[in-house]
Ligand binder design. Structure first.
Ligand code: GRF
Length: 224
């Protein structure tokens, strides 16, 4: 595991947990460019928003999202599968890297890996994932391509609670996006991502301010 503070991209010094109130603390998991992360970072400076990104963890040292975090002064860590002997060890390393930041909520935003039992033992029920389709339709890594190939006229995005399956967890919120004639995977995904970012910012803020209650498949904002 490599822990990288925002101001020293190559130093192995662990990030400081910081001082944001516990209920507001969010760790974001990224594998890609990090536009969803950027949207959360754009919202989090307003204290009324209620959520603050205190750490960003990636499975890829070259993830653009790490740069987005570092430019915003947010500490980052890389937990690359290749640095671990097997998947279970990687999963435990991921859980440990996230735990350092003491988050109330974890947000998987374009994180292209399935978390395992060690991660879920610490963060089940408080890890959200954003997915570019209207689940349960088109789970998996190629949701936009699969939706287009199926010929759907409406698709969208889903924020759901992470469980052990592939995009199977209880649904928190969804928004629809129309498929337009001539759409290809890139154009459709870009329109979905515009809607997805707004939905994710809304859900994460509400979850931090109001709390999230998961009862079976039912998810509501509020406290038990
Ligand atoms: C999002 O559409 C997410 O749902 C999918 O990958 C995309 C990530 O985008 N799994 P970004 O890295 O946040 O820009």
């Amino acid at each position: 595991m490599r822990l990288v503070p925002s101001d020293a991209a190559s130093s192995p010094v662990p990030p400081r947990p910081g001082t944001a109130p516990r209920s507001s603390r969010v760790v974001v998991l990224v594998s890609g460019g990090g536009s969803n992360l950027a949207a959360l970072l754009a919202a989090h400076d307003d204290p009324a928003y209620g959520a603050r990104v205190v750490g960003v963890v990636s499975d890829r040292p070259d993830a653009g999202g790490l740069r987005v975090a570092q430019e915003a002064g947010v500490a980052t860590a890389v937990v690359a599968p290749g640095d671990f002997p097997d998947r279970a060890a990687w999963d435990a390393g991921l859980a440990q890297a996230v735990r350092v930041f003491d988050p109330a909520l974890v947000v998987s935003a374009g994180f292209m890996r399935i978390v395992g039992s060690a991660f879920l033992a610490s963060f089940a029920g408080r890890t959200l994932n954003t997915h570019p389709a209207l689940l349960p339709a088109f789970p998996g890594a190629h949701a936009v391509r699969d939706a287009l190939a199926h010929g759907v006229k409406v698709t969208g995005c889903t924020v759901h609670v992470v469980d052990a399956g592939v995009d199977t967890g209880p649904i928190v919120a969804q928004r629809a996006v129309e498929v337009l004639p001539g759409d290809d995977e890139a154009t459709l995904h870009e329109r979905i991502k515009e809607v997805e970012r707004a939905l994710l910012v809304d859900v994460v803020g509400r979850a931090a301010r109001e709390g999230l209650v998961v009862r079976g498949r039912d998810v509501t904002f509020g406290r038990r």
